[in-house]
Design a protein around this ligand. Structure first.
Ligand SMILES: Cc1cc2nc3c(=O)[nH]c(=O)nc-3n(C[C@H](O)[C@H](O)[C@H](O)COP(=O)(O)OP(=O)(O)OC[C@H]3O[C@@H](n4cnc5c(N)ncnc54)[C@H](O)[C@@H]3O)c2cc1C
Length: 555
């Protein structure tokens, strides 16, 4: 079983080999004015002191079901309140979370973590929490970056980890749908479906450590969303255990039965109830795929190329366009092997720059097609023609292969950089094509200015991904020297400036990370006061005592 890194990302046995990338650290030191000597190591796990649990395990075990015993399954498979499990469930994986974990600052951990094995046990636990006025936090993989799984408020809090609700319940091969329990992790889900020649096609960067229920609860998006859609497009129906009982939506390909209750469940972030299972739309496993990298002279040329592709009904699985700063950083972080080596041997950097392209000031696009062999070659030919018409230079497969290989590895880089005193975080939004370049410029400037106000020079890198006929998502990664001793205040200054900028300049508050408590202050601006009233009324109808994930979405 994978041992999770308690203060950072993923598998504790893995790290990001910064040393294999010859220019990377030098590049970052120059870009961020780093001295290179700074260190911010995590505290010693043994030195962390947690408040004592305010509820005992036996009470919770009894609450799940009296008929649990006699059973061959040990009690700790159902209920735990040891330090390790409480630390692992105290926070998600936002920058704020990782700073507090490194400092050993865990002031409000859950009092216990419960692992129900059946929906019936979920229902009993909810009823117990209602009766005792205990707050209940649903927990999938815990990869939230908006504070979604953190206990809030003074009440005793139990975290409900869905890890044991992880079965494929039914597969309808004729309709290409499957009903699956919500706690299944990405790799397990794909393994089950792939055995039947099928895929969900949802591949977020957190894929290995996030769950179906978490994806639905946060309206997530995967890297192939341009072809397969966001999770809300993949979800046919869901079953939710609420404090007022089970709510199940009808599995139909489409309906005109009033406003969509399913769409209220999607994105509800555990505030209405626990999603126990969902029926999902599937696709045949692609028989062929083609991923290649293209270089544009300017970011704006690439933006227009994507828009033209999408509006000509060309549907890449992945289209991801980095702005000039991200392109420059991508090539500086390259590994001296595989894709890059192949590229430099085959084409050569000089040949590309002689044609007026630049790895310093150009814009890199990863363009991937998936499907039947015929469809891939036809669509790719059309897509490439559009990109060439906008001046793209085809870098071939090697660079794209290296990007695909590393896609689940880059989250480990954050821990390595934080070790070295670097603030590193990401944020995202979406807007129309008409507004996209304007918002891109404003947002980069707002982040750089806010970082400067904290005395740090920022590296702000953006890419366009998750593309639609009418617009696309902007995904921003920003780095700066940590303001030591004021790490969280510095980050809050930047995050607030960025979010204010998004809201003032026509972006959505969030395209796929969700609301949690980090984005809650801006929710009224996003959907209006009456919109908030309506959502509160739904919450009141299903969870009148506010036991479900209090403090999230609603302030
Ligand atoms: C390195 C990294 C990369 C990421 N990349 C992406 C990405 O590419 N795309 C993307 O969309 N997001 C991404 N995220 C954000 C995060 O992974 C997503 O929000 C993901 O959908 C959360 O899934 P989870 O299972 O970890 O949910 P958790 O973090 O456990 O929970 C998230 C929220 O959903 C609620 N919840 C969880 N399960 C249930 C359930 N069964 N019923 C009701 N409520 C529930 C929780 O209470 C919480 O409010 C990334 C995060 C990290 C740290």
């Amino acid at each position: 079983m994978t041992e999770l890194r308690w203060y950072g990302w993923g598998d504790a046995a893995k790290t990001y080999a910064l040393n294999h990338r010859p220019d990377a650290w030098k590049f970052l030191c120059a870009a961020l004015d780093l001295g290179g000597e700074e260190r911010f190591p995590p505290c010693d796990f043994d030195s962390i002191n947690l408040r004592s649990p305010r509820i005992d395990e036996t009470t919770l075990l009894m609450a799940l079901a009296t008929d649990l015993r006699p059973t061959s399954t040990p009690a700790e498979a159902f209920v735990r309140n040891d330090k390790r499990v409480r630390v692992l469930h105290a926070y998600g994986r936002s920058y704020r979370d990782l700073i507090r974990l490194r400092r050993g600052e865990i002031l409000n951990p859950p009092d216990a973590v419960v692992f129900p094995a059946t929906e019936d046990q979920v229902v009993r636990l909810i009823q117990f929490c209602v009766d005792k006025n205990i707050a209940l936090v649903p927990f999938g993989g815990g990869s939230s970056v908006v504070g979604g799984v953190e206990p809030r408020g003074e009440r005793v809090t139990v975290t409900l980890d869905l890890a044991r609700l992880n079965r494929l319940i039914a597969l309808d091969a004729v309709s290409q749908t499957a009903t699956i329990e919500a706690g299944i992790l990405g790799p397990d889900l794909e393994r089950e479906l792939n055995a039947h020649g099928l895929t969900l096609g949802h591949l977020p960067q957190s894929f290995e450590f996030s769950t179906l229920g978490g994806w639905i609860a946060t309206r997530g998006a995967g890297l192939a969303s341009t072809k397969y859609g966001k999770i809300e497009a993949m979800t046919v129906s869901a079953r939710v255990a609420t404090p007022r009982g089970i709510v199940e939506t009808r599995a139909a390909p489409a309906t005109a039965a009033g406003p969509s209750f399913l769409q209220l469940v999607i994105g509800s972030e555990g505030t209405l109830g626990v999603i126990t299972q969902a029926t999902m739309r599937l696709h045949e496993l692609p028989k062929a795929s083609d991923y290649r990298a293209l270089l544009f002279k300017r970011f704006g040329d690439g933006v227009v190329a994507i828009r033209d592709m999408l509006q000509s009904d060309i549907a890449p699985a992945t289209v991801r366009l980095s702005d000039e700063d991200e392109t420059r950083s991508f090539f500086s972080l390259r590994e001296a092997s595989t894709g890059w080596k192949g590229f430099t041997e085959r084409i050569g950097i000089r040949a590309v720059t002689a044609l007026g392209y630049s790895f310093e000031r150009g814009a890199l696009m990863i363009l991937g097609f998936e499907g039947s062999a015929d469809a891939v070659s036809a669509e790719q030919a059309r897509g490439l023609a559009v990109c060439r018409a906008h001046g793209a230079f085809d870098l071939g497969h090697g660079v794209a292969r290296a990007w695909l290989r590393d896609r689940y590895e880059t989250p480990y880089l954050r821990d390595v950089l934080m070790d070295r005193g670097v603030l590193v975080d990401t944020l995202e939004t979406a807007t129309t094509w008409e507004n996209l370049e304007r918002l891109h410029g404003k947002l980069a400037a707002a982040i750089a200015d806010a970082a400067a106000s904290t005395g740090a020079r920022a590296l702000v890198m953006t890419h366009v991904s998750h593309c639609y006929r009418d617009g696309a998502s902007l995904y921003v990664t920003f780095l700066a020297r940590m303001a030591r001793g004021k790490e969280i205040e510095q980050w809050e200054t930047i995050k607030r400036a960025a979010t204010d900028c998004i809201m003032a300049n026509g972006g959505t508050l969030t395209h796929h990370h969700g609301v949690g408590y980090e984005h809650a202050p801006w929710m009224e601006k996003e959907i209006g006061a009456r919109g908030m009233d309506a959502l509160r009324a739904v919450k009141q109808a299903l969870d009148p005592n506010d036991i479900m994930n209090p403090g999230k979405i609603f302030q």
